[in-house]
Design a protein around this ligand. Structure first.
Ligand SMILES: Cc1ncc(COP(=O)(O)O)c(C=O)c1O
Length: 462
């Protein structure tokens, strides 16, 4: 075959890839994935990789769950597409809405479906504005998220996201989006400061921010229970307790972005349970359908739902919605996914293997390239450091994180670098033997990079 006709060459000519160096991709070419089986995917040459990131933090049940395939097929045969506008409805959306309300970590009154995590957060922000407006507080519109939070990429969701590359040259964040401190104790805790003291300092800073902006102008605070794409940052002890006290005091709503943490990732069904969070709105996507079809949701608290009903009595139509909101095939697959989580006791499995996952990760904390290892449930990270005692990062030009991930790929494992943080988020169904295989490969990858750095340093001296 002519090289110009390979899938890789055609990809480079035709596709835009998200969060990718497009120029570099033109040189390196894409990794074309052909099929999946269990926790593994195979490239077009038949090479097998353990998917250490569950795709994009989403493929909770692995890549070959036939029960989901059958659910999609049955629904596509019966009613392949329909909508919820103007009071139309269908059973998959109704049943899924009920099921989500029944399993929600705090009492929730209504489910609103969307197509993605970004749409979920964007829609949640609109509900915050609508709610405050209806209560006669139309100026409570500013939104607070956190440095290194990730909430998606629509104009509003990207404004919430606290990562420079989501803003740069897009003219973002939009006005009225504020970023509070990143709760990364390992990097930002002061010498001698306990986790609780660090959490208290961040809560004080948040209160100062709200007072400076004016509490009458601040609508909501949004947080991932565990920050994902910002580097798997697990909140310090008492963080959410202290933050929530500040929010309550100033009548600021709390949105829990459970797009990654929802459905078992942290060892409880929701991250809100793991960290004692009582939100007003919960946003969901990814593992809601085990990543098989695109669907997200916003869970809405009773007071907000009541205001929405009241507004309709007053002004008529609730003016928000997407064509594919609650799409029947997506909803049917999501419903079957939630059934499988219970039928197969996926949560029990996560709790059973999480100690091994954490132990294997912590072992790597002893590796000379690693400064910090952290895990909760089946999500974790290694933070690489040039000097682990003094916490001195590597020179970014060395690209140590990307190198470790590249070597891991050669060793048959797909991971993701976030600068010099290597993140782990395997399918929830990963077995103990597969966890060992994952960390054995990562260990070899770290050794290879340590050797490379050592010989490069020697070459520089020579
Ligand atoms: C916590 C969180 N919120 C929101 C999003 C955005 O979801 P989507 O990519 O489906 O728009 C993501 C995606 O990674 C996420 O991790």
């Amino acid at each position: 075959m002519e090289r110009a006709d390979t899938l890789a060459a055609r990809d480079i000519r035709s596709l835009i890839h998200p969060f990718t160096n497009l120029a570099q991709l033109g040189i390196d070419g894409p990794l074309v994935i052909d099929r999946g089986e269990g926790v593994y995917v195979y490239d077009q040459d038949g090479r097998r990789y353990l998917e250490g990131m569950a795709g994009l933090w989403s493929t909770a049940l692995g890549f070959s769950e036939q029960r989901l395939v059958r659910a999609a097929e049955a629904q596509l045969r019966r009613l392949p597409t329909y909508h919820l506008f103007g009071g139309k409805s269908h059973a998959p959306a109704i049943e899924l809405a009920e099921r989500l309300l029944a399993m929600a970590p705090v009492p929730m009154a209504r489910t609103m479906f969307v197509g993605s995590g970004s749409e979920a957060n964007d829609s949640a922000l609109k509900l915050v504005r609508y709610y405050h407006h209806a209560r006669g507080k139309p100026h409570k519109r500013k939104m607070i998220s956190r440095v290194r939070g990730y909430h998606g990429v629509t104009l509003a969701a990207a404004s919430l996201t606290g990562l420079p590359h989501a803003h740069r040259d897009f003219g973002l964040p939009l006005e009225g989006f504020l970023h509070a401190d990143c709760p990364h104790y390992y990097r930002h805790g002061l010498p001698g400061e306990t986790e609780e003291q660090f959490a208290a300092r961040l809560a004080d800073n948040l209160e100062r921010l709200i007072l400076r902006e004016g509490p009458d102008t601040v609508g909501a605070f949004i947080a991932e229970p565990v920050m994902g794409a910002g580097g798997v940052i697990i909140p310090p002890a008492s963080y959410f307790e202290k933050i929530q006290a500040v929010l309550r005091k100033h009548d600021v709503l709390l949105i829990a972005d459970e797009v990654i943490t929802g459905f078992g990732r942290t060892g409880a069904m929701f991250g809100c349970e793991t960290f004692g969070i009582r939100p007003d709105l919960i946003t969901l996507a990814k593992a809601l359908s085990a990543g098989y079809l695109p669907i997200g949701a916003v869970l809405i608290s009773p007071p907000i739902a009541e205001v929405m009903l009241e507004q309709s009595r007053k002004i008529g139509t609730f003016g928000h919605g997407f064509t594919f909101m609650g799409h029947p095939a997506c909803a049917a697959v999501a419903l079957r996914t939630l059934e499988i989580y219970v039928e197969d006791d996926v949560l029990g499995h996560v709790r059973a293997v999480a100690p091994l996952f954490a132990a294997r990760l912590r072992e790597l904390a002893l590796h000379p390239l690693v400064g910090h290892a952290r895990a909760v449930g089946l999500v974790g990270a290694l933070e690489l450091m040039a000097d682990r005692v003094q916490k001195v990062p590597f020179d970014p030009a060395l690209a140590v994180g990307p190198r470790v991930v590249a070597r891991a790929l050669e060793e048959g494992v797909i991971l993701r670098p976030i600068g010099d943080i290597v993140s782990f988020c395997p399918p929830l169904v990963i077995s103990a033997a597969e966890i060992d295989e994952l960390f054995d490969a990562v260990s070899r990858a770290l050794n290879r990079v340590a050797d490379e750095l050592g010989s490069e340093a020697r070459d520089r001296v020579a």
